[in-house]
Design a protein around this ligand. Structure first.
Ligand code: ZN
Length: 328
């Protein structure tokens, strides 16, 4: 926790669970994160033993991201949903909301929109949400994870990065998650997807130009306009909704890989991670990325959680990354 953050408290009126909220603000010229926690006393981020440390680690993640995005000024409303504790399925999820009624085209989602427009995109939903399954064995603090632990900082950094727009709305047939029309509503991220050594998969205005087989070819790249790199993306056969296309493939040390393993950590952006953030529109300082600590690991997929504790409006939908557990 550092000067980039301040903490406040909030309750979710629609819930029987008390929420508490933290706001993260820097002195001047930085991001403010309004963080709302929905966990009840005694569980998850409000656990009697580990809660404070878990919240502190999320604060450290947001501080790190704010440092990378130090040229940005604005607010992001982040809701931390009621934690899971079953220790099965995904490790964590993260996503941002979109307006499904918007014209076809490319969007980064509400988190980006809130920062850049200066106005709250929705009065009924936050900009982004994350969810963690604390049923797994976690390294909650900033020390090195033990061999049997997943590193909370690393996983939270991965999820927060999805909320910034490192995400895809492309379904397995090339249509948008928000509807089957072509053109459709896609991420800005999607607009840079291409085939390695070949054509771009999207054209102006949200037009998908490829065919379904392209998306399971193992040959999809993110064609970086700023660096000229083709970053290989995860595009397995069969298509993995929520994981395909929105994670790197085989880029060592990247935060945005589709799987993480116990006993390791990745707590800072690789050049590829940061380059993508720049390409989708953020003012990110990729040259001198602060190192919060060391280490990491994880896997991802997609899940829809349209209902939650607080009521979600009809005009916004969010697409999640879900992190599937892969023991490596
Ligand atoms: Zn992911």
């Amino acid at each position: 926790m550092n000067s980039h953050f301040r903490i406040a408290v909030k309750f979710c009126a629609a819930s029987v669970l008390a929420g508490f909220m933290g706001a993260i603000a820097p002195a001047a010229g930085a991001l403010i994160w309004n963080v709302e926690y929905l966990d009840a006393a005694g569980s998850g981020f409000n656990d009697g033993t580990f809660g404070a440390q878990r919240r502190s680690t999320l604060g450290s993640v947001l501080s790190y991201v704010s440092g990378v995005l130090s040229a940005e000024n604005g607010t992001i409303d982040l809701r931390v949903d009621v934690s899971q504790s079953d220790g099965t399925g995904f490790l964590a999820q993260g996503g941002t909301y979109f307006n499904p009624s918007a014209p076809a085209g490319y969007y980064n989602g509400f988190a980006y929109d809130h920062v850049r427009s200066g106005g709250d995109p929705s009065a009924t939903v936050p900009d982004a949400t994350i969810l963690v399954d604390f049923g797994y064995v976690w390294n909650s603090g900033l020390g090195a994870p033990a061999a049997n632990q997943y590193d909370l900082f690393s996983v939270l950094l991965h999820e927060i990065t999805h909320t910034l727009g490192f995400n895809s709305q492309v379904m397995q047939d090339g249509s948008s998650f928000f509807g089957s029309n072509n053109p459709g509503i896609f991420n800005v991220f999607d607009s840079y997807l291409a085939l390695a050594g070949g054509q771009n998969l999207f054209g102006a205005g949200g037009h998908f130009l490829g065919v379904a087989n392209d998306l399971i070819s193992g040959n999809v790249v993110f064609r970086s306009p700023s660096s000229g790199d083709d970053f290989l993306m995860y595009s397995p056969d069969p298509f993995e909704g929520g994981s395909s296309l929105q994670h790197f493939s085989g880029i060592s040390g990247a935060v945005m890989l589709p799987s993480y393993s116990r006993g390791s950590s990745i707590r800072s952006y690789s050049p590829a991670d940061c380059t993508v953030l720049v390409d989708i529109g953020w003012s990110a300082s990729c040259g001198a990325i602060p190192e919060p600590s060391s280490g990491w690991l994880l896997t991802a997929g997609l899940a829809l959680l349209l209902a939650a504790i607080c009521r979600i409006g009809d005009q916004e939908r969010r697409r999640f990354d879900s992190v599937d557990l892969v023991a490596l």
